[in-house]
Design a protein around this ligand. Sequence first.
Ligand SMILES: [Zn+2]
Length: 264
Amino acid sequence: MDDSVLHDFTQPDQLSDLTLIVQGTNLFVHKSYLAEWSGVWRRMFLEDYGNPEEAKEIFLSDKKLNEITELLHCIYATQKPISEENVSYLLELSDEYEIERIKKRCEEFLLNQERSIQSLYLAQKHGLKILFKVSFEFAKTRTVEELESSSEYKLLDKDVVIKIYSEKVNMMRNYANDLRQSESRLEITCDKLKVEKENMKRSLQLVQDIWTTPNKRCYKHITEEKFDFSCSDCNDKVRWEIRRLCVEGQHVRVYFPSQSKHKK
Ligand SMILES: [Zn+2]
């Protein structure tokens, strides 16, 4: 946003009925407008002064000029956007002055930023429920090193830290269970493969036996001891026998999914 379109609060304004004095600078503002945004200011004007007309100057002795000016820019008609630079102190100020709409806008701004431990900390500190929920989900998936390297980590409430760690323990427990289940599944597969291996050995032996088994020959050579490689009928019988064994062995393909894909 172009700063030139922003309201200059240091310029006296005929309609202004209140001066905020921050670090020696006068900011000319409007009581009814501030009261509309902030419950604290509203009570201050009504209760502390009895007659609202009496409140003409308020010293904000512990505040910074740029931060108060930024807050005013955000609530006045120009409505300066929330940014990475102003979000922290705007949350502080809107908490102190009960400016719920600015708080809401800060939370919306943070929800659109990348999740971080800082956003978890701000959510915890200022009671931003939605931001807390999503930031917590983020935090529990970080490594311990990542958590501890964040400067806001030390500022988190003890029970929040405990909650993060117990979530991490739960996640590890689930992971260990998954591993155990995969392990037993693999053991079952391994046993099946051992059986298959024995079956294949037997099939290979059968293939080898074909040449030495007379009843696998054609009717002309069925009594001969040696296999006659030149007989096409004998060769056909052998081929047929081997094809049958291959068909029987087809099901082992399920154990080699990538290889069976290539052969199709
Ligand atoms: Zn033959």
